[in-house]
Design a protein around this ligand. Sequence first.
Ligand SMILES: [Zn+2]
Length: 119
Amino acid sequence: MTNSLRRIRDEKYAAQGGRCFYCNQPMWSGSPLKFQTAHSGSERKARWFQCTAEHLLSVSDGGSETSANIVAACKFCNQSRHRSKQPLSPEAYKSKVLGRMEMGGWMRLSSSDTAPASG
Ligand SMILES: [Zn+2]
């Protein structure tokens, strides 16, 4: 990662309140240990919530390393989007992610967030 990309990522991370552009879950930047403790998650899970620089238009499609083309996204959302042969547009991908989460899917930091208070 270049210095400018890292700088942009850090700016976006701060601007987005430390939350992923797609799944809106908290991310960490730096060390996962605090994050893992704060969310009482496993190390393996915490690793997916690393803040990454996500190119809205991928570099291979002509996307540039500029602030306008980059958002902060968790590693899981970032990798999942670019794993498909024809990545969805950021808007379409975001609604897909949020839809999956509504149904209790996706990589969730805490699965008890939406659980009923009793029972
Ligand atoms: Zn995410």
